[in-house]
Ligand binder design. Structure first.
Ligand code: ADP
Ligand code: MG
Length: 321
């Protein structure tokens, strides 16, 4: 099977590559043409997933398809953007029909859940690597950025924390578990649901926002730095799913604070908007507050400062990796 046959059969023919609103021209020409609505800005974000770094070499291709797009789409959620389209640059060791069919199926499933149309890409041979670029639209000037938090704003998250990192030992085969708790964590790892609707609802309300991909402490550090203030996190308020507590035990808190792969939104909100938030998004949780100062502070139930554990994952971190 040649490159063009591969593209046609598995991607151009996929449900997610069919005509969609905001897409004037899809797969097949030198460029796709996107048409954001009047008064809208285009939001663009790229994510690369490398086999052996971001996912195990021998994982289920359908789950990989879901996860690859979910991770990329989460950045649109973080900006309050409405989803439009995505491109897929894939490097494959070989053209394995069963693998491609399953991957395209998972990708299409997540694309449909997110409302994203596949409009192009690139296909090359080499070690397995996926680069997805997502496009969304957001009314001019209304994107949620990391700067803009004000002292007194509440620090909130869109739901349970630490699930993805709690699932990692299962994903890597370092821990074996069956049952509901394991299934929940594995689903949160392989098919995190980007909080797109929450992000759009937060437009004009949240003062700053991002999605948690590198760990709560590390990512909140980005809001604190960009907004020029301190974020105080109350450790006892962190939402830990029962499944995470069951499988990670005493490590659950560490997963929530420093584990990556949450793909939940973290945002700052003026306190008077809290009732409206909780009425619409009961799974959202206040975990702290913005204060004058700098950095991220962690406190216990008695208000005592706690030394935060290890920071989030960095590819070129000081540990030399
Ligand atoms: P070019 O040589 O002009 O870069 P290609 O031959 O690489 O174009 O691709 C042909 C068409 O197929 C283009 O529209 C491109 O965007 C699309 N395409 C290539 N690979 C993929 C893929 N993996 N998924 C979706 N579309 C793809
Ligand atoms: Mg090309």
């Amino acid at each position: 099977m040649g490159e063009f046959e591969l593209i046609r059969r598995y991607f151009a023919a996929a449900p997610c590559a069919q005509a969609a609103e905001g897409v004037a021209l899809g797969i097949g020409d030198d460029c796709a043409l996107l048409q954001p609505g009047p008064g809208q800005q285009l939001a663009v974000s790229t994510d690369t997933l490398v086999a052996g770094v971001h996912f195990p070499d021998s994982c289920d291709p359908s789950l990989l398809g879901q996860r690859a797009l979910a991770v990329a789409a989460s950045d649109l959620a973080a900006m309050g953007a409405a989803p439009l389209a995505f491109t897929l640059a894939m490097t494959l060791p070989q053209a394995d029909p069963a693998w491609l069919e399953a991957f395209a199926r998972g990708l299409s499933q997540m694309a449909e859940a997110c409302g994203l149309a596949l409009v192009g890409g690139d296909t090359t041979r080499g070690p397995l690597c996926l680069t997805l670029t997502v496009f969304g639209q957001v009314p001019t000037g209304q994107a949620l950025t990391r700067r803009g938090a004000r002292p007194g704003d509440l620090l909130c998250v869109g739901g349970s924390l630490g699930d993805g990192s709690g699932a990692l030992p299962l994903v890597l085969g370092q821990q074996v578990a069956q049952g509901e708790a394991a299934e929940y964590l594995l689903a949160r790892y392989w098919a995190p649901q980007p909080q797109l609707a929450l992000g759009q609802w937060l437009r004009g309300k949240a003062s700053a926002a991002l999605d948690i991909s590198d760990g709560l402490l590390a990512d909140c550090g980005h809001i604190a730095a960009a907004s020029g203030l301190a974020l105080r996190i109350e450790q006892d308020r962190l939402p830990l799913a029962p499944a995470l507590r069951a499988l990670a035990g005493s490590g659950a808190l560490d997963c929530a604070l420093s584990g990556g792969d949450d793909y939940r939104l973290a945002f700052t909100l003026p306190p008077e908007l809290l009732p409206a938030l909780l009425a619409q998004w009961p799974e959202a949780v206040v975990i702290g507050q913005a204060k004058a100062g700098q950095g991220v502070q962690l406190i216990d139930g008695q208000g005592r400062h706690i030394e935060p554990p290890r920071a989030g994952y960095q590819h070129f971190g000081s540990s030399g990796d």
